[in-house]
Design a protein around this ligand. Structure first.
Ligand SMILES: Cc1cc2nc3c(=O)[nH]c(=O)nc-3n(C[C@H](O)[C@H](O)[C@H](O)COP(=O)(O)O)c2cc1C
Length: 158
């Protein structure tokens, strides 16, 4: 079974978990990178990011270096933005149109994930969901514990 971990991360939390999952199950990694990432991490990030979510934007990504169609199992991770998945994922879903894959979902939030994972499932209709999990700002709180949780979760999925 070929495995891929796809993720977007603005401040490193989702990237941290994604890399742990890839390590634990021997998956390839695919980071989604925005062409328009403003770089600022202060309060304006909420205006910029929240605005993109509200307007249902699909921001342009740099070229995707791996073809998800070549993989059997795909882990997909996102930060929670305005109680849903980040707009980079909306772009990814619209350009890849995944069907018939085994999919495991994860997200990182500040503690209010809302219906993020349910919304991802709705956007990925036609796939087989094999697991889901979430984390609260692992880099700020409990990095080692969160990493172990991510690895065990990923290893336990079939
Ligand atoms: C634009 C924006 C919107 C956010 N909205 C939420 C939210 O609705 N609920 C929540 O719990 N955290 C929210 N957060 C916090 C992030 O989900 C959280 O810090 C997450 O760990 C970031 O992951 P990252 O480091 O991979 O970018 C938001 C952060 C940003 C930048």
């Amino acid at each position: 079974m070929k495995k891929l971990v796809v993720y977007y991360s603005f401040e490193g939390n989702t990237a941290f978990i994604a890399k742990g999952i890839a390590d634990s199950v021997g998956a390839d990694l695919l980071e989604l990178k925005l062409k328009s990432d403003p770089g600022h991490k202060g309060f304006m990030k909420y205006v910029w990011g929240g605005g993109q979510v509200m307007k249902r934007e699909k921001p342009e990504l740099y070229a995707i270096e791996k073809n998800p169609c070549d993989y059997d199992v795909i882990f997909i991770g996102t930060p929670v933005w305005a109680f849903t998945y980040a707009p980079a994922l909306a772009t990814f879903f619209s350009i890849t149109k995944l069907k018939g894959k085994k999919i495991a979902l994860f997200c990182c939030s500040g503690g209010g994930k809302g219906k993020t994972l349910e919304k991802m499932k709705a956007a990925l209709e036609g796939n087989d969901f094999i697991g889901e999990t979430d984390f609260i700002e692992p880099l700020k709180r409990n990095a080692d514990q969160a990493l172990e949780k991510a690895k065990q979760w990923a290893k336990g999925l079939n």
